[in-house]
Write a protein that binds this ligand. Structure first.
Ligand code: OFO
Length: 169
């Protein structure tokens, strides 16, 4: 059975994962309209991953005797300035998600809830991968700058990452 504090922290995290999924979906859709099909596939897959993160939390809360709250979401942006901007935003967003996961871990420790603490370790490792991936992508984009040929190859690269990844996002 989870305490009220742990339940609230997990419900807050459910909202963050749902919001992330929505945000990446908006990025994917925008990239598709700009002709970046590889970037779009990568971001659609990433959005699905975030939905999976959310579902995993919902099921855990309910299994542990709590009540998962399905949240209302803010509308994400429709327009993004550039591909570089998209991935900068994605990294900033993931850094915030990591902080929020660390906060859930802290609540688990203060409530002496070692079961939820153990469950949350999956998210802790996932964030290490996600931040590393986002940083690698940002580094690539820094190198490419505004070179059109570079962006074309980058888009193809992300297409293959979207296909092979399913878990890295
Ligand atoms: Fe990308 O974050 Fe979920 O956990």
């Amino acid at each position: 059975m989870i305490s009220g504090k742990v339940e609230n922290a997990l419900n807050d995290q459910i909202k963050k994962e749902a919001q992330s999924s929505q945000f990446y979906l908006a990025m994917a859709s925008w990239a598709e309209t700009q002709g970046y099909n590889g970037v779009a596939s990568f971001l659609y897959a990433h959005s699905d991953e975030e939905r999976m993160h959310m579902l995993k939390l919902i099921k855990f809360v309910n299994e542990r005797g709590g009540k998962a709250v399905i949240p209302a979401l803010e509308a994400p942006p429709i327009e993004f300035n550039s591909i570089t901007y998209v991935f900068e935003e994605l990294l900033n967003h993931e850094v915030k998600v990591t902080e929020s996961i660390n906060n859930v871990v802290e609540v688990c420790l203060s409530e002496k809830d070692y079961t939820t603490h153990n469950f949350m370790q999956w998210y802790v490792s996932e964030q290490i991968e996600e931040e590393a991936l986002a940083r690698t992508i940002n580094d690539k984009l820094d190198m490419i700058g505004s070179d059109k040929g570079g962006l074309y190859l980058f888009d193809r690269d992300l297409e293959s990452m979207a296909g092979s990844e399913n878990g890295a996002a």
